[in-house]
Ligand binder design. Structure first.
Ligand SMILES: C[S@@+](CC[C@H](N)C(=O)[O-])C[C@H]1O[C@@H](n2cnc3c(N)ncnc32)[C@H](O)[C@@H]1O
Length: 275
């Protein structure tokens, strides 16, 4: 079988970390999520994934994904024919994991990533791939033209890789074009961004985070009226989710909560309502 190549040394390479995390997780007997498709995709990509073996960040990425999945599922339970837009979708398989039969779905990423995505995922009447930068002011028209909302935007492990000015621009654009929508994003504090050369997974790729956010409440100062509905650390996941995790995860998270490590405390999984 000819494998698909990825261009190392670019921000796109970072998508392989959560992808591999989900593939490894799927192979576990007791897992935080199931994702058989991720394993198939990993097997079809020409890349030395073993460099990520055993890294704590893989577990962090899986827990983040599981929480974002819950948020999207809750949204679709309330709005079964709502619209989900994955910003910086990478090779995420959220549609495969949480799709509801009537939802409208968009997966947006940079053109070379969407080219790779298209080898694994097929567009349908309800699912559309968009090749664009999230900062590009023209993509919202594609979504608006074809989907009436309400909208849920999922930006998982994407915005920290942008400059702050670009993050502000993206949030402003979302608020202007899709007012009142939900946005899930992650934020990394200055201690994490400043120490990323020593980060277990990022140190193995060239891409670096640019935007540091000490407190997600800052978002409401950029865009008055923004409501931060949740801002969880990995060691402070929602009770309902924590209770349903395998026992080994709960033990590990209890230990993390006691240690209050800056790299855990400064990393937030946020759900916000745009003004
Ligand atoms: C760490 S990966 C996360 C991928 C996916 N969200 C997941 O959780 O599996 C970061 C993704 O953001 C994408 N990305 C980075 N900058 C972007 C931009 N300006 N516009 C759109 N996507 C971008 C990368 O191509 C990559 O797919």
């Amino acid at each position: 079988m000819t494998k698909h190549g990825v261009r190392p040394g670019t921000v796109q390479e970072t998508l392989l970390i959560p992808l591999y995390g989900r593939a490894v997780e799927n192979g576990k007997e007791q897992a935080a999520l199931r994702d058989p498709r991720a394993g198939e995709i990993v097997a079809a990509i020409d890349y030395d994934f073993s460099r990520f073996d055993g890294l704590p960040s893989l577990t962090g990425a899986v827990l983040r994904t599981a929480l974002f999945d819950r948020w999207v599922t809750d949204f679709l339970a309330a709005h079964p024919s709502g619209t989900v837009v994955e910003l910086g979708a990478g090779l995420n398989t959220r549609h495969e994991r949480v799709d509801w039969a009537q939802a409208r779905w968009f997966d947006l990423d940079l053109p070379d990533v969407t080219e790779l995505r298209r080898t694994f995922f097929i567009d349908t009447a309800r699912r559309t791939t968009i090749a664009a930068s999230v900062t590009d002011p023209s993509w919202p028209a594609t979504v608006e033209a074809d989907a009436g909302g309400p909208y849920f935007f999922s930006a998982e492990a994407v915005l920290p890789f942008l400059e702050e000015t670009d993050v502000r621009r993206v949030l402003g654009m979302l608020a202007e074009r899709f007012p009142g929508s939900l946005l899930a994003l992650d934020t990394a504090g200055p201690g994490i961004v400043g120490a990323q050369d020593d980060h277990d997974a990022l140190s193995k790729v060239e891409a670096r985070m640019r935007w540091s956010c000490a407190d997600p409440a800052e978002l409401a100062t950029w865009l008055p009226g923004t409501e931060v509905l949740a801002a969880h650390t990995l060691s402070g996941l929602p009770g309902r989710m924590y209770e349903q995790l395998p026992a080994a995860y709960r033990e590990m998270l209890d230990g993390l909560a006691e240690q209050r490590l800056p790299q855990v405390e400064e990393y937030r999984l946020c759900l916000v309502r745009l003004p």
